[in-house]
Every structure is written in C-alpha cells, then in structure tokens.
Write a protein that binds this ligand. Structure first.
Ligand code: NAP
Length: 145
C-alpha cells in the first residue's frame, strides 16, 4: 500500500545542509512538515528551514542536537512533537565523515572509529526506539556501521 506523505511530520537529522537538506526539500515538496536538526550551525539550519518554508509553504522547525548523545536524540524527538504536533517519519541521516584515501587501511585511527560509530545513522534508531512512538517509518541513509 503506498504511504501518503502529505501532511506528515518528518524529522531529518543533519537536515541543515548536504544530503539531509536535499531530502528535507523533497519531503516538503510532498507537503510534509519538516524539523531540521543540526549540531553546530544554527544560521545554516535556519536558512535551510526558511527557504523550505518559503518555497513549499509547509511548517518548518529547527532543532539542535548531537545524534551521538542519547539525551539529545530524545530531546529532539520531544521538541519536534511539541512544535509540529506529532512525528510520523524520522530520516536518520546525520553522521560525521572522514574522507580518506581509498585502500589506506590505516587512515582511520581508533579515535576516528570511536567518533564514527556512535553517530552512525543506525544509532539514532537505537537512542529513540523506546520513545513510544505509535509508528516508526525510519529511512536510514548512508552506509556506515
Ligand atoms: N556525501 C557523500 O558523499 C556521502 C556518501 C555516503 C554516505 N554519506 C552519508 O550521508 C549522510 C549525509 O552526508 P553529507 O555529506 O550530506 O553530510 P554533510 O554535508 O557533512 O552535512 C552533515 C549534516 O549533519 C549535521 N551533523 C553532523 N554531525 C552531527 C551530529 N553528531 N549530530 C547531529 N547533526 C550532525 C550537520 O550539522 P551542522 O551544519 O550544524 O554541522 C549537517 O546538517 C551521512 O550519514 C554520510 O555518512 C554521504
């Protein structure tokens, strides 16, 4: 059965720029309201949210939080529900990336792996799986962990 996106409330982690911003725009074009998560640049997140609102006339909301921190994950879900009146879809996109030379097995040091895995797209699911949402339609982007 096709899933109708119209009027759905969507949280896009790392939605302020890059692939997350693109996905947020595509969802807004389908008449979804979008919550844009970011970690450090509120200006960029607000710019993205404003442009989506102006172009598609949907509700937008900006929420700070680190997807590698349990309390932040729970907080951003809670704030999104408060701001949009509910949450239907989470696009777990945010992650830290280190680009290295292909084939260089030693380019990633231990600290890099420690940073990558807690922020993997799957980690957000783990952090909020107990949140008690009635429905969960998770789209996991990226290819790590
Ligand atoms: N680009 C590629 O070639 C590529 C290829 C394969 C997979 N991917 C995966 O696709 C996803 C998006 O990649 P991208 O290149 O579009 O990323 P990007 O342009 O670097 O954007 C990263 C976004 O995530 C936010 N962010 C970073 N760390 C965060 C954290 N710990 N908690 C919350 N938000 C965080 C950033 O917020 P701020 O603006 O505040 O920093 C920004 O909104 C990642 O999972 C990446 O691994 C990308």
């Amino acid at each position: 059965m096709p899933y109708n996106l119209k009027g759905r409330n969507v949280l896009v982690t790392g939605g302020s720029r890059g692939l997350g911003a693109l996905v947020a725009r595509k969802l807004a074009a389908e008449e979804c309201n979008v919550a844009i998560n970011y970690i450090s640049s509120v200006e960029r997140a607000e710019k993205t949210a404003r442009s989506i609102h102006d172009d598609f006339h949907v509700q937008t909301f900006v929420v700070q939080g680190d997807v590698g921190v349990h309390a932040d994950c729970v907080n951003m879900v809670r704030k999104t529900i408060e701001a949009l009146g509910g949450l239907d879809v989470i696009v777990s996109n945010a992650a830290w990336t280190k680009f290295t030379a292909f084939g260089d097995l030693y380019a990633m040091i231990e600290e890099d792996w420690d940073k990558v895995c807690p922020q993997s797209p799957l980690s957000f699911l783990m952090h909020t799986v107990d949140f008690g949402l009635d429905m969960w339609y998770g789209i996991v982007l990226g290819g790590k962990c």
